[in-house]
Design a protein around this ligand. Sequence first.
Ligand SMILES: [Zn+2]
Length: 256
Amino acid sequence: MKNESSLLLIFLVCLLFLAGCGSNPQVASPEVNRDVIYQVSTYGALSRGIFGAEINFAFLKKQGDFGLGTLEGLDGEMVALDGGFYQVKSDGTVNHIEDEAKSPFAMITFFDNDLETSPSDSFTYSRLTSFLDNLLLSRNIFYAIRVDGDFEYVKTRSVPKQEKPYPALEAALKSQSVFELRNVSGTLVGFWSPTYTGEIDVPGYHFHFITSDRKAGGHVLDFQLRRCVIRIDNTTVLDLELPRLDDFYRANLESK
Ligand SMILES: [Zn+2]
């Protein structure tokens, strides 16, 4: 009797093992492709006021440890760095983002160094972008870009939460708060997207900033950088997830 139940157990274990070996495409590979930018919605949708959201941060936190975006209702600027997810609110305060919070637009990746350099120059925003232009392998792929440094000056912005019916981004930005930080150390967290991505992403550079003490930051408007370490992660896969929301379905994303 004991032998019979042992045999039955072995049989059941084998059956479970075989079931697990099926080539079901729904079963995710345990190996995460780290060279993917996971993106929620499009910049074109965000610019037309699609600030509703259905994808939460519990999910987003699994898609990477580095990134930028915003929260439901355009409630501040989002910065993800070293696995921490932060909301820079329009009053300038910085909060850890709860798992239940949702995002209408985000770009997230696992940051890996493909190139690292510590230039001796100091940079303005435009000088840094020219310098970065020469480091990019090609203008036809995506890059996650991390710049840690000491800043003489950083000018950032954040936006107050918008109410429905949501205005277009440009109208919402009229109520933005602008912050001027002086003599801070911190990190520029950003992406470079190819020009051909047009409506999907902000073509070129897009940076958010967070101080080393995680107490201030925002969407970057300008800076004066004293010294820095630049790290670049070459990325060739964009995983674009579109919102399953009526507002998104009905939006006219064809007109300029
Ligand atoms: Zn931004």
